[in-house]
Unconditional design. Structure first.
Lengths: 142, 316
């Protein structure tokens, strides 16, 4: 048991170094907000046409969502943007988003990144910045 | 028209959305280990079997084969993941032992009086239970904590007292199977383990990296295929297992694994640390295929027990 605890502490310490750092140069490398806007334009079209996800976004103008997602992602990957939208908890309070729906949305964004031509390496680094939002998106309704 | 059809087809093949498997992301469930538990090839991971999300129940079916020359291990089983929280699995293992090995055993036991005997099979059933305790291996990217699960594997060796016949059909040692001949004293045992798994998205030059560590309390000899416990040692021992994998594309994982063993029986049945080098292919969320080179270290009369391991998992 003592060994187990020591190893767990060791592993956690090792891992702590890798966690959640903004990626230097990623924003410029992918072509900045122009590319992000293309990615989210395509993602949003796919999401709004998705029979499961579409109804969640009724009444949300596509252009507004696209602008917010672009801004937020730009800020999260170390770009020169300030996110001016609502916090994730606040913006997902109206209706419970399930984990299955969240994964579905992530897959649309992944597909859009691939179709726009981002490399797998760039896709992974962007997802790493977005992934922690999950806990503030799913099951937020009170 | 054809162009449009092709476009739609290529979209369908890109998009996992059309599939009937669970919702979570491709490759995140790992494969199925030879003990039936979701994980790597030779060790459990903290992930729950299948691609089910918190709201879903999904399952897997899997086949594995390890070809070691005079030994061949064939395994088959199924697992169900409930709400990405609980995993139940059943597995049948069949270790085929060629005539040459059994002949060597008799040769040794009879001081050379008997030197040929037919081959035999050692079968084992495993029922597994795994419960996720905390963490999200894939999405907790801003936290150093892994996903942690605890599990148990109840193993029952079906050939503990299956006696070995000689070529003429006579049975010199009735009700004594291979595990007993080698010194095991029990035909069943339960392993308990804790697994910690974590994926770093973009962790190595943009490629995803997965690491897993498992600590296991066990009384098994060579995974239970050679029985449980011995006259000298009937207690639990702590063993360590690990996997490190790199995912250089959305559909590929390459990695290494290791697993320590107790070596309770010693002698012919000496156990060494098991290692493997694997490549797994996940073309979509329906199925995956894994090839590995596994080095078991030692099996009775095979001091270089290593060979090709193939594993296929189907997701339902």
């Amino acid at each position: 048991m003592k060994y187990l605890r020591t190893s767990l502490i060791l592993i956690v310490t090792l891992l702590a170094g890798c966690a959640g750092k903004p990626e230097p140069g990623l924003y410029e490398e992918i072509g900045g907000s122009e590319t992000l806007s293309k990615v989210f334009g395509l993602s949003i079209n796919r999401i709004y046409n998705d029979p499961v996800l579409g109804p969640h976004f009724e009444g949300v103008p596509k252009s507004h969502l696209r602008k917010m997602l672009t801004e937020q992602t730009c800020a999260l990957i170390g770009g020169p943007c300030e996110y001016t939208g609502k916090g994730m908890r606040e913006s997902h309070q109206e209706r419970n988003v399930t984990e299955a729906e969240f994964y579905r949305l992530v897959e649309h964004v992944q597909q859009a990144m691939r179709l726009i031509g981002l490399s797998f390496e760039q896709e992974n680094r962007i997802l790493a910045a977005l992934a922690p939002l999950k806990e503030d998106i799913i099951y937020q309704a009170r | 028209m054809i162009k449009k059809l092709f476009f739609c087809l290529s979209l369908t093949s890109l998009s996992p959305l059309a599939l009937a498997t669970g919702s979570s992301l491709v490759a995140t469930g790992g494969i199925t280990s030879f003990e039936g538990t979701a994980g790597g090839g030779i060790t459990p991971w903290a992930m729950i079997a299948g691609y089910g999300s918190k709201e879903e129940i999904h399952g897997t079916g899997a086949l594995q084969q390890l070809d070691l020359g005079e030994y061949q291990l064939r395994t088959v089983g199924a697992a169900i993941g409930f709400y990405d929280r609980v995993e139940l699995s059943v597995q049948r293992q069949n270790l085929k032992v060629e005539s040459g090995i059994v002949s060597n055993v008799f040769n040794l036991l009879t001081d050379g009086a008997v030197n040929t005997a037919p081959g035999t099979d050692i079968e084992q059933d495993i029922i597994g239970l795994k419960v996720k305790v905390f963490g999200d291996a894939v999405f907790d990217q801003n936290s150093p904590w892994p996903q942690v699960s605890v599990g148990a594997q109840y193993k029952k060796n079906r050939d503990f007292d299956t006696s070995l016949p000689l070529s003429d059909g006579s049975v010199p040692l009735p009700d004594t199977g291979v595990p007993q001949l080698l010194g095991a004293t029990e035909d069943a045992g339960t392993d308990f383990y804790v697994s910690a798994s974590k994926l770093w998205l973009g962790g190595a030059w943009g490629n995803n990296v997965l690491a897993n560590v498992t600590a296991r309390m066990t009384k098994a000899n060579t995974f239970g295929l050679l029985g449980f416990e011995s006259a000298a040692d009937d207690g639990y021992e702590l063993e360590w297992e690990g996997s490190v994998a790199l995912l250089p594309s959305p559909s590929t994982a390459v990695g290494i694994e290791w697993r320590t063993q107790t070596n309770r029986l010693g002698g012919l049945a000496e156990e060494k640390t098991v290692t493997d080098l694997f490549i797994a292919y996940f073309p979509n969320k329906h199925w995956s295929l894994t090839a590995a080179y596994v080095d078991l270290g030692n099996l009775p009369f095979d001091q270089k027990a290593s060979g090709l391991y193939l594993s296929a998992t189907v997701n339902l």
